[in-house]
Design a protein around this ligand. Sequence first.
Ligand SMILES: [Zn+2]
Length: 410
Amino acid sequence: MVKKDSKQKLKELPKLCGSEDLDNEFRVFPADLDPGRMSAIMEVGLVFVEGTVLKYYLSGGTSAQKRLFRQACDIWMENGSLEFAETDNRKEAEIRVGFERGKGHWSYIGRAALEQPEYTNTMNLDTSATLDTMLHEIGHTLGLHHEHQNPNSGIEWDKEAVYAALAGKPNYWSKSKTDRNILKKVAVDRVQGSKWDPDSIMHYPFGAGLINSPEGYENGIYPKPGLSEGDKEWVRHYYGRSKERVLRVDKPIELKLSGGEQINFRFTPKASGEYMFNTFGADADTLITVFENGDPPKFIEGDDNSGDDMHALVILTLKKDVEYLIRLRLYWQDADKTVSFVVYPEPAVQNYKDDLDKWRWRIKDNNDTIAVSADGYDNLNDCIRSLKKVKELIDQHDADSMNASFSKKE
Ligand SMILES: [Zn+2]
């Protein structure tokens, strides 16, 4: 995406950031999930935890392009505590940037990049990429969506004119690609804040004749170059310095967070062994991440329980006298109740596991009983989630003929 000085008029649209299906539905929620809770999750669900060091690998590119990319990272970093670190090892990079000609500008949104296989890039910058294009794509990487798709903009497009403008040089977009990247409004719950920010780096420039209303945009929209005040506010909010506490075994800490807020803990075990990090109390959707402290801190394990009825839980073997950083982001919690966070030492972990052994779920298919247990799963919550999915499938599918039942064995 290219931004123009507001005095300049666009003869044709520049090459814009376009995704085939990268920006779209990234997850499915249970049908009965409370809408308020769903919006809270959607708003921050793809944002990395504050303090994350994102390692990026530049795949190809000229030295000028690489220089520009590093500069764009620095500009975002000036405004938040998220760090970018370049690596020449593709394997250890979370962000893999291609500079392939003709492949367009695009990026995965936020943590969706972590789900991509190592051999694929998570961002592409075409040859026309400017500093602003790079700031825009990095904005996606941090978890931002397109601002011109903000439903609060009130923009009414001259749709045919927009299709025609994008169908031509240099974008050659299909109608569906234009729908996805421009015309479709992002769900209210996915935009940051309620105000429309036409100067956001996440806003495309648009030439004359594409916008019917609001008034005043007949001649187009030309966002100012660089990050807007709104962009800076967003990155300070989600990647600002969070409060920090020291965590001790068996000493619960009440979280007292509002939606989207993060809290960090430092924890240094006095003995090596298994430990269990767990939220408890009111229903809550949280992301727990555990890092071994170092330069940079190394991610070990995480659990995101958003949208399900379990609490976030991580069990890990930790080393004596090593410092661990636990970063916890709350998406949503049941109002007026408290949510706490605790770390339990080995004996409690063992009790928990023994108890879990009783959780053998049975799926009865006529006379055959398939017993499924927690064995073979690294993460207990993942195991329980998978089993629930199996149950849902059976419920929907052929419950009668299969005589399916699903129960907790006592
Ligand atoms: Zn974009």
